[in-house]
Design a protein around this ligand. Structure first.
Ligand code: WTA
Length: 633
């Protein structure tokens, strides 16, 4: 790639008043300070929070890559997110404004939220949930989901949130892996005016999980659900009982005690349970949110992700509450009932910062500028993007139509594994559309070749993180070997973390993320392993073998294309594609359904039998197939 590619875009300078009022005005100085004394830097950030007992050591790398942060400290993230605020004026501050898809609105002060979390925590305790137990949460985007997560944290339980778009099979796998005895769900979730029957899916999933003893069901949609006596309880019934008191002591946790597991896709079919802990995660999410989005008491922050993904964990639930911020949360689909839904809510609630994904921007852009132009969006002062590289057209539209050429766009690169923003502008950073710009202070990244040499500007390479950071994943739940293998083996000698993305640096030191180097696809911002979709397809009796690739798609980023070899004797009756799509929907979930399935007689493979997805992709896109010397005849 020539250097020109990196310089294709103009610079965008943030408005001066924004820079002047920003929390961090001099990135270079902040970065240099953190580089000179990383431990001192992180300790300084950590002191912004409460600790029941101080740490003896900031970071312990003696058993690397199993790093420990704020060693010996006692804390609880729920204390910092709620308990400490209700003792201050923030008690009466709005913590969250929530709007349901049908238009119902609920608002919670810090005090009210704290009470609700305490109630939920007491309910979990009454079901026998103890410190160290896992609780699986499979819900729609409702406030009770936030309470359930915080309630777990409060009593020292580990939450495992499974995104409501996953199938019963995927849910079974995650409940089993986490060994949860208690599941929290809703009767249903509103999506585009219809009901997603979450409880039915849980019932299916739990039939295969004898370990599950109790299901707590939050009533949201009012659809009829099956309630098994002795196993299933309505949340509103429990909440009315004396056990659901509004006071609940906060468990004293070690800094390194697990906070949550979040399953994410990797290169093999089995999802990985990424594990995060109380101490480092609270320091990193609060610091990054404050520095990057410059959140003040006047702000109304809207992170439009789903709490079921890392973006929601870090920047809907924990980050904003740790900062005592006011958040907005919306339940449903962006264009429901009309494509102005988001813009209308921004105007109505006076949202000041919007953080979303390129796929959502592209989806709304399709409806044209007249929809946002009907609304007063002048409350916005900062915008954010996450999940995949933002293409120039979407960047421009977001910047000019939504941000009125006034609001800088914080393009944040990070991962489930990193817990928080890693490569990101600050409000004072001059921007280049499509680049996530520079590493956050305290974070050292590089783009390197196979041997670990820094590649020159303009050359593709592997993105690595060279130093540990407080919210790094601690392990893969129940599979420490896989943790080492997946992230730390490629550059074992150097002790670097392999991000799994390819990237490029330009001569200004700006980083341009290209995409995954492994078999992970980003579809509508969701992370999916090709192997997950392929095993979904192969589990159907008609399919002998399957290969899945991502084809660039205007809205989704990637559309899934699948190639299937049918079993001997099976022929396509004309309905097979539809049947298989249904099958994948059921096996993996709606987000994994291929846009196209093609039936083929063979698949390109290496002589060692590995499917060459690269060749399939080149063929599908009419591009040169590259080096096919290893292709089997
Ligand atoms: C991609 C989402 C380009 C990247 C927080 C990464 C991005 C994967 C960006 C992690 C961005 C995320 N620019 N690519 N700003 N943000 N990615 O775990 O490929 O769902 O490895 O975390 O998303 O996806 P995950």
């Amino acid at each position: 790639m020539s250097d020109k590619v990196n310089n294709r875009s103009e610079w965008f300078y943030p408005p001066e008043d924004l820079v002047r009022s920003a929390y961090v005005q001099d990135y270079e100085a902040a970065y240099a300070r953190a580089q000179a004394d990383p431990e001192g830097f992180w300790a300084e950030q950590a002191r912004e929070l409460d600790w029941f007992e101080p740490w003896q050591q900031v970071v312990d790398g003696s058993n690397a890559p199993f790093y420990r942060w704020f060693v010996g400290a006692k804390t609880n993230i729920a204390h910092n997110a709620l308990d400490r605020h209700v003792k201050t004026w923030r008690k009466n501050k709005i913590a969250m404004i929530w709007e349901g898809e049908p238009g119902d609105v609920r608002t919670f002060s810090y005090y009210r939220m704290w009470q609700e979390v305490n109630r939920f925590a007491n309910i979990l305790k009454s079901m026998g949930v103890k410190k160290g137990d896992t609780v699986t949460i499979y819900m729609g985007r409702v406030p009770e989901m936030v309470w359930a997560m915080l309630a777990c944290a409060k009593i020292g339980a580990i939450h495992s949130v499974v995104y409501g778009g996953f199938s019963d099979q995927a849910l079974t796998d995650r409940i089993e892996d986490a060994q949860s005895r208690v599941v929290v769900t809703c009767d249903g979730a509103w999506l585009r005016g219809s009901i997603v029957p979450l409880k039915d899916t849980v019932d299916e999933a739990v039939r295969r999980c004898p370990i599950v003893e109790h299901i707590i069901v939050v009533r949201r949609t009012g659809n009829e659900v099956y309630m098994e006596p002795g196993r299933d309880y309505w949340y509103h019934d429990l909440r009315g009982l004396p056990i659901a008191a509004t006071q609940c002591p906060t468990e004293v946790m070690d800094s390194e005690d697990p906070l949550f597991i979040l399953y994410t896709s990797g290169t093999t079919g089995k999802p990985k349970g990424v594990l995060h802990t109380h101490g480092g995660y609270q320091v990193y999410t609060s610091t990054t949110l404050k520095w990057v989005f410059d959140i003040n008491d006047e702000d109304r922050w809207w992170c439009a992700a789903d709490p079921g993904w890392i973006t929601g964990h870090s920047y809907i639930v924990y980050g904003p509450l740790l900062l005592g911020a006011t958040s907005f949360m919306y339940e449903g689909a962006p264009a429901h009932p009309y494509p102005n839904r988001w813009w209308k809510m921004i105007e109505h609630y006076g949202i000041t910062i919007l953080y979303t994904a390129p796929t959502a921007i592209r989806g709304l852009m399709r409806f044209g500028s007249a929809w946002p132009n009907r609304h007063d969006l002048s409350s916005l002062r900062l915008l954010g993007s996450v999940g995949e590289p933002i293409n120039p057209e979407a960047w421009k539209w977001y910047h000019t139509i939504i941000g009125k050429s006034r609001c800088p766009i914080m393009d944040t690169w990070w991962q489930t594994e990193t817990g928080g923003f890693m490569i990101t502008p600050l409000p004072s950073t001059p921007l280049k559309p499509g680049s996530a710009t520079r590493p956050f202070p305290g974070i050292e990244v590089d783009v390197v070749d196979e041997e670990g040499n820094s590649v020159p500007p303009g050359t593709d390479g592997m993105l690595v993180i060279k130093k540990p950071w407080p919210s790094m994943l601690r392990t893969i739940y129940g599979d420490p070997n896989r943790y080492v293998e997946q992230y730390w083996s490629k550059y074992r000698k150097q002790g670097w973390y392999l991000a799994g993305d390819s990237a490029r640096k330009d001569e200004d030191g700006y980083i341009w993320i290209i995409g995954r180097i492994d078999d992970v696809l980003k579809v509508s911002g969701y992370r999916l392993g090709t192997a997950e979709v392929e095993s979904g397809l192969v589990s159907h009796p008609a399919v002998a073998e399957a290969a899945v690739i991502g084809i660039p798609d205007e809205v989704k980023g990637n559309a899934i294309h699948a190639y299937c070899i049918l079993r001997a004797g099976v022929t396509d009756d004309g309905h097979l594609e539809a049947t298989l799509k249904d099958h994948v929907r059921h096996e993996v979930g709606p987000i994994a359904v291929p846009a196209r399935i093609e039936f083929v007689a063979s698949l390109p493979k290496t002589r060692s039998g590995k499917i060459m997805r690269r060749v399939l992709k080149a063929r599908a896109m009419g591009m040169p197939e590259g080096d096919i010397s290893t292709l089997e005849e």
